[in-house]
Ligand binder design. Structure first.
Ligand code: AMP
Ligand code: MG
Length: 344
């Protein structure tokens, strides 16, 4: 299969072909404000099964259903007042609600669950594609499972070339991290995945919300509360660790690893870039963004992890950008490093 990259703004015919592809239960990659999605008709078993196959995604790992319309009562039931409040405040935007599904949503979409994840993306191309296709789109991140999420069309092409017919090229995803996922299936709202929208922001709307207490654990359960928790995510090709310490101590630590690894990378705050570059000219130093800048570090994170692959790094050290590991950036880094954190 030839994969064609379509420019949404220049190639209207190309976009119409993408809409036709969705209507024929084919799969199209498209931009959203969080990360790029690999999308198909969420109401079609056939389309959804293709997404799992193309991504090599485990069948019990449910997909998020993307809508362009506030009336979600066609797809879900028992929408509480709190759920309506969240929708009102955060949609369109990076907040996914877990609700009880109606029969129109096939079990293939929800990984066999009676509940479904649903959100309205804040991206004009995504909204137009959903609207024109006249169906909600199931769309996990546009990457091979286990790899860092694609945040621009080029990275999606890198993973999915030959596997999908169309990739719609919008600009890079402005948030760069996946949505916050919150369970709203009962009177006990729980954040199952941290994202750009924080606990504090959600608390202002529904004060009783809490974070799932095992968010930062390595989950080995067969059937966890949220299936994504048990799978490998965002991993670079080399081994990655997080070091929670000063740049000087990280420099000392580096002396040990030079003996074992050939091509070492460091992901650091912009302020420390020059310090590491001076240590050793062979070190591959990448700036994550400015100190404490959650938005910038988050936006660049998945792209930066992929840059270490481009540089053939077999060992990558990331600085610890935030002490709170349930912050979305640290949550993704923990997974990318398979929970390898060293405190010096
Ligand atoms: P992704 O599409 O890769 O961003 O992943 C979506 C994640 O949302 C999944 O890996 C699950 O962890 C979570 N999720 C989706 N649907 C459900 C559901 N019905 N119940 C609990 N968690 C869900
Ligand atoms: Mg993903």
């Amino acid at each position: 299969m030839n994969t064609k990259i379509i420019d949404f703004y220049e190639d209207k015919d190309g976009f119409i072909k993408c809409v036709e592809a969705i209507k024929n239960n084919d799969i199209v990659v498209f931009p959203t404000e969080t990360v790029y999605g690999i999308g198909g008709n969420a109401l079609s078993k056939d389309a959804v099964s293709k997404i799992f196959k193309i991504k090599e995604r485990a069948k019990d790992n449910p997909l998020i259903v993307h809508v362009c319309d506030y009336d979600i009562s066609k797809y879900v039931e028992d929408i509480s007042e709190d759920a309506f409040k969240l929708i009102d405040k955060f949609w369109p935007g990076p907040l996914t609600l877990i609700l009880k599904k109606k029969n129109v949503i096939p079990y293939e979409t929800t990984g066999g669950r009676n509940t479904v994840a649903i959100r309205m993306p804040n991206n004009e191309i995504a909204l137009e594609l959903i609207k024109e296709s006249k169906c909600p789109l199931a769309a996990p991140s546009a990457n091979i499972s286990g790899r860092p999420s694609g945040t621009n069309a080029y990275r999606c092409f890198e993973d999915l070339n030959g596997r999908v017919k169309f990739i719609i090229n919008g600009s890079r995803s402005e948030i760069g991290l996946e949505s916050t996922v919150i369970s709203m299936i009962d009177d006990n709202p729980i954040i199952l995945r941290p994202g750009y929208i924080t606990l504090e922001e959600i608390k202002k709307v529904i004060p009783k919300v809490r974070l799932y207490e095992r968010l930062n654990e390595k989950i080995l359960d067969k059937n966890p509360i949220s299936p994504g928790l048990k799978y490998k995510h965002y991993a670079p090709k080399g081994k990655m660790i997080i070091i929670n310490s000063s740049k000087e101590k990280i420099a000392n630590y580096l002396e040990k690893v030079y003996l074992t690894y050939e091509n070492i990378g460091i992901l650091c705050i912009d302020e420390n870039l020059k310090f590491y570059e001076k240590l050793n000219k062979n070190l591959k130093v990448v700036s994550a963004g400015k100190k404490d800048d959650f938005i910038e570090i988050g936006r660049n994170l998945f792209e930066n992890i992929r840059v270490f692959d481009d540089l053939n790094c077999d060992f990558i050290i990331s600085e610890c950008f935030f002490q709170d590991f349930s912050n979305a950036v640290m949550n993704r880094l923990l997974k990318a490093s398979s929970h390898n954190v060293i405190i010096l």
